[in-house]
Design a protein around this ligand. Structure first.
Ligand SMILES: [Fe+2]
Length: 194
């Protein structure tokens, strides 16, 4: 993540849009020399220009600032491609069905990569009546805990928020092939076919 828009980002996006430096300059009311300076790291756009600049380049301000530009080809995204973003400052959990530039507490949050669980984060699945009882044998202290368990199928996502000093457990009604995700605040995201 960049702290501010970079010249390389401006150049790359301008070229992607098929604009010359002069054309971009005209759209935002600066000179072509100014744009050239930004692109060669001899100057930075004033903060008041970020909105017009982002608009001229066809992206959002947050994408411009991050130098990351996402266009999802699959507009009817499949939930099985779900991504989770967790804010390390406030614990906010953000779910997306495709790529996204996500920000919380001033931090750009990467899509978490889910791993197969190690022994310390193993999940147990038991049949209880017509439901599946899910347990993670894991500490639930304020410092180290499982903060959510989610069950995702092609058309539905259920997320159960867990809290320190509670139990790392929940129940789900099985709905065919899907994925279980659970998140440890220290060790990250885990997954298992379910
Ligand atoms: Fe952990």
């Amino acid at each position: 993540m960049n702290a501010y828009v970079t010249g390389a980002t401006v150049k790359q996006l301008r070229e992607q849009r098929g604009l010359t430096q002069t054309e971009l300059a005209e759209r935002i009311g600066v000179s072509d020399k100014t744009v050239s300076k930004w692109e060669t790291a001899r100057g930075l756009p004033d903060v008041s220009l970020l909105q017009p600049l982002a608009q001229a380049l066809g992206i959002s301000v947050i994408e411009l600032m991050n130098g990351e530009h996402i266009v999802n080809k699959n507009v009817s995204a499949n939930l099985l491609r779900s991504k989770f973003h967790v804010c390390p400052v406030c614990g906010n959990v953000i779910h997306s069905t495709g790529g996204a530039v996500v920000s919380c507490c001033g931090i750009t949050l990467p899509a978490l990569e889910a791993e197969e669980a190690d022994a310390a984060h193993a999940i147990r699945i038991e049949d209880v009546e017509d439901e599946k009882f899910i347990t993670v044998a894991h500490p639930m202290t304020k410092e180290h805990y499982i903060s959510f368990i989610a069950y995702v199928t092609g058309d539905r996502m259920q997320l159960v928020k867990l809290y320190p000093e509670g139990n790392a457990e929940t129940r789900f009604q099985p709905r065919g092939f899907g994925m279980l995700y659970w998140y440890c605040n220290r060790h990250g995201l885990f997954k298992k076919k379910f």
